[in-house]
Design a protein around this ligand. Sequence first.
Ligand code: ADP
Ligand code: MG
Length: 243
Amino acid sequence: MIKLKGLRKKFKDQYVLNGIDLDIEQGEIVVIIGPSGTGKSTLLRCVNFLEQPTEGEITVGDLTVDFCKASKKDILELRRRTAFVFQNYALFANKSALDNIAERLIVVDRWPKQKAHDKAREILKRIGMEEKAESYPAALSGGQQQRVGIGRAMATGAEVILFDEPTSSLDPEWVDEVLALMKQLARERQTMLVVTHEMSFARDVADRVIFIDGGRIVEQGPPSEFFSNPQDPRTRDFLKKIL
Ligand code: ADP
Ligand code: MG
């Protein structure tokens, strides 16, 4: 359902991603871990064309795009099929929770305003924030802001949601409510690609854990095997440091 082939990305003369091949099934929950500066964010950003990849090919559903030959229309369509949840929430400060969720539906997906607002209300209900519809981000806790960030991604009906360290900016007290919402999505079999340092989430929720180092996939497997019996020395080293 989403497939990356030979994804490479360089900044200046330096390759940050060195040939990533990845196949994700519909409904699969994939967690990506790895040292800092190793290309995890760049990988997610390439999928969404927040960065222009240097080489490779992507398939999402029935759409296959060569990164080098992508047209404006391809890029828009890929963005429509994927949604991004940012570490720092990236909400519009001057828009209410409701408008933050409705905005993309109106601007990117060209929904009429009323339909977008109805959808946004339905989503606010699903994320338990109905009563905060008219609140601006500054009046929300970090956890509530990130739930709106996730709600915005949910509203789009995207085929895959990309999470880039969604709990890393949160005060510890808000982490659980955000993870709980992500677990709810996982139970609904929303296809998810999640970069996180939350190893308990990886253990409990992921179908597959992928370890990236130096812009390559070093090792991957179901969490039960991955954590109990890592094969590569780099994986073992990393796990020793963070567990
Ligand atoms: P991670 O998310 O795994 O911590 P990133 O994908 O953010 O790593 O970054 C990987 C490498 O690419 C880092 O060395 C970073 O400095 C570099 N990098 C990321 N974005 C840019 C950019 N826009 N311009 C130049 N270098 C970048
Ligand atoms: Mg990152």
